[in-house]
Structure formats: structure tokens, C-alpha cells
Write a protein that binds this ligand. Sequence first.
Ligand code: GAR
Length: 210
Amino acid sequence: MLISGNGSNLQALIDAVEAGRLDGAICAVISNRAEAPGLQRARDHGIPAQVLDHREFASRERFDAALLEAIEHYRPDLVILAGFMRILSDHFVNHFSGRLINIHPSLLPRHKGLNTHQRVLDAGDHEHGCSVHFVSCELDSGAVIGQARVPVCADDDATTLAAKVQRQEHRLYPACVQLLCTGQVRLTDRGVTYQGQLLPPTGLDLTDSH
Ligand code: GAR
């Protein structure tokens, strides 16, 4: 898994593995920031955690080449971005095509990029949420696996919305990863399939109503 910060989504995946809800193991965590709290979360659970500081590389391509090599050392079936705040070069994305996934705090294709919670409020949206998607070369534009929705209420601000969305993220990401681990979801030439059926562009609706 690749992180840059808090690692609450990493924690949700660790918890899912430890609770037997995920048919997989997290073989390593790599952060581009040494101060990322998620590194300690990994170490607390016996997962190898490594820092690869992008500032030590002369170019994006060189950093991505070193990152690719560090990842391939573990021969993972999936490469999971969880709050990894770096744009990845085409070579990296193409190398891991079909097994590189990301979680984004909006209902894609709405609100690609940063500051999604404030932008939802500014746009007057009544609904917000999060998306898990395969990563493609265009930012936040890869095929969507699943989404979870939250209502936007009159008294919401960016902070309350972020908290609501993160609660959904912590269920959505393990659920999507499990569908990949069990081979029920795949990226094909036609788009994302679930149990062999082509999904709509918004993927599976995995909203938790509890
Ligand atoms: C998550 O909310 C994730 O959706 C977002 O960063 C947060 C990381 O939180 N990702 C992006 O904005 C990617 N463009 P975490 O470190 O606590 O998992």
C-alpha cells in the first residue's frame, strides 16, 4: 500500500485482514513522507513500512522508477493507493495496469482533484461520497469499482463532510479490495466487470446505510 499521511484507510484494511474479512495480506506500506502517521500503524501490526522521499529524486520519473522497484520487491497482486498524494507517471501506471487502485473523496466523475468537500459545498450538491477506482494515466479518471454516498445537510461544512465521507471510505475500500482479492471484480477491455457482468460507469453502489 502507498500512503502519504494519516493512514486511516490503511488502518481499515489492516482491521479487515485481522478480522478475517479480507482474503489477502498487506505485504508492505511505502510512504513518500517520513512523518506519515500511517507508517507507525503498519509497524504496530508487523507490516514492513518504508519511506521513499520524493524530494531525494531529481525527477518524477526517477522517483517513480525507484518506487516501482521497491514495490516489485514484494511481488504484490494489488497496489493500493490510500491517501498517496503524488501524481504517478504513465510508465508506472501502465506497469501496474489492472492492479493499481485508488480511493478518492468524491462521487467520480464529479470533483476530481483536491479540496473535494469544499467544492461539493460550493457547487450546492445534495449528495457527496467516495469512489474506489482503477488508476489510469489521467488523474482520477480510471474505471470506477464502487462508490458510497452521503447526504449533504444544510449545517454541513467541509470538516463534517470529510468525517462522513471517511466513515464510508473505511467500509468501501475493504469491500472493494475483497472483491478484487476473490476475483469477482476485474478490469477488462470493456470496463470493470462484477461476476462477469459489465458495471455502469459509477461502479457498484456500496453505501452503508447504518
Ligand atoms: C482519504 O480521504 C482519501 O480519499 C484521500 O485522502 C484521504 C487519506 O486519508 N485521497 C485523495 O484525496 C486522493 N486524491 P487517510 O490517510 O486517513 O487514509
